[in-house]
Design a protein around this ligand. Structure first.
Ligand code: SF4
Length: 391
């Protein structure tokens, strides 16, 4: 476990809110992941876990850093030789981080969320000296056996993490860790309340860096940070502007560049989204008594959000999107998808049909991690907004 706060060299509590947000942005965009490096320099071990959802509570219960592997804006020079060119970017840039040595891990875990990702752990494992595992989240979330199956999978993951950390995880360790994550999700819900209720106080890209940092530092530290900055954001002297309220859908796995989010934020208030939804997958506090792994498994299935890579008949995605739009008081949606992302592009069709039926306007777009020009998107989005405002 690291001895000093990981964030200490990167931000000073005396910094202004804008100064803190700017420093966090640099950390989130840095493809060498300085916070992870600092954790390792202090003797800490790291579990890298690929998108979308991972029970980080188990890793942190053993004193490991749970590092959210979400790609990076890097050239995938070495990874290109190991994956087909027709695949999405996040798979290749994530693998590139390992192959180039930009990030050193002690364990890597991925999930077969799609045809493209199902080979990631195997390819990763052939190229690194540490263990690489697949965590099988239930394919059929509606089976009555799903909670017991997932509890056993979490048990298997726990044993792997114990072997890597050299630390046996007790139920008390897990409950303590789950309490930290419950608090973290409460704070993230408060962050999203600000986006919904006073979006002029927090731009979409600012909210993103605050959230994304959670995947780069111990969650206790993330809680401290959020507790310090949320009141400052709530007190920010900012005035509402004449912007439409939109929901951004399509950031569940590969992440759009921050500059793309900033461009959107110049034209619209993004009042809700599915960016890094894995960090907010569990919607309620998880009970802190009983079998902790079963509680984690039950929460994944019974008290969770939605994404194109989880199939649950109780959560038709079109209906869930409409609820997200209504819940946020949005008047339109941005339906985005990462290039070559089959699940994302497939769901875009269903979302568009549902929005057509309800008469809600929507804007369709694609993105990739390393795009650098947003002028065309900006012009198209402005035209879309003008059509809503004036016709
Ligand atoms: S971006 Fe889409 S295709 Fe790529 S790994 Fe994620 S879900 Fe699979």
């Amino acid at each position: 476990m690291a001895a000093e706060p990981i964030l200490a060299p990167f931000i000073a509590r005396s910094q202004s809110l804008d100064g803190i947000l700017s420093a966090l942005r640099d950390l989130v965009e840095d493809p060498t992941f300085p916070t992870v490096r600092r954790w390792r320099e202090q003797g800490g071990k790291v579990v890298g876990h690929f998108q979308v959802y991972f029970p980080e509570e188990i890793a942190e219960a053993a004193g490991l850093l749970a590092f959210k592997v979400r790609g990076a804006p890097v050239e995938a020079m070495q990874a290109e030789a190991r994956f087909g060119s027709y695949l999405c970017s996040i798979l290749k840039t994530s693998l590139e981080l390992a192959l180039s040595g930009a990030v050193e891990l002690d364990l890597f875990v991925s999930h077969p969320i799609c045809d493209a990702a199902r080979n990631l752990a195997a390819i990763w494992g052939r190229n690194v000296p540490y263990p690489c595992e697949i965590l099988y989240l239930p394919q059929n979330a509606n089976s009555r056996h799903a909670p017991a199956f997932l509890r056993d999978e979490y048990g298997r993951l726990q044993r792997t993490i114990e072997a890597v950390s050299g630390h046996l995880i007790s139920d008390d360790d897990l409950h303590r860790s789950m309490a930290v994550f419950n608090e973290n999700r409460r704070l993230l819900r408060r962050l999203y309340d600000i986006k919904r209720e006073t979006p002029w106080r927090l731009a979409v890209d600012e909210a993103y860096v605050l959230m994304a940092l959670g995947g780069l530092i111990p969650r206790v530290e993330h809680n401290d940070l959020l507790q310090a900055v949320l009141p400052q954001i709530e007190a920010r002297a900012a005035r509402p502007q004449d912007k439409i309220r939109v929901v951004f859908e399509g950031g569940f796995c590969e992440q759009p560049p921050l500059d793309l989010l900033r461009s959107i934020g110049q034209t619209c208030y993004v009042v809700d989204d599915d960016l890094l939804i894995g960090l907010r997958w569990i919607l309620d506090d998880i009970p802190l008594d009983g079998d902790p792994l079963l509680s984690l498994a039950t929460a994944y299935l019974e008290a969770s959000s939605y994404s194109p890579v989880q199939h649950d008949l109780r959560k038709p995605k079109e209906k869930m999107l409409l609820e997200r739009i209504r819940g946020a008081g949005a008047s339109a949606a941005i339906l985005a998808a990462a290039k070559m992302c089959e699940p994302g592009l497939e769901d875009q069709v269903g979302y568009a049909q549902a929005l057509d039926e309800t008469g809600l306007p929507y804007f369709v777009t694609e993105f990739e991690e390393r795009m650098t020009s947003y002028d065309q998107l900006q012009v198209q989005l402005e035209t879309f907004v003008e059509n809503i405002l004036f016709f």
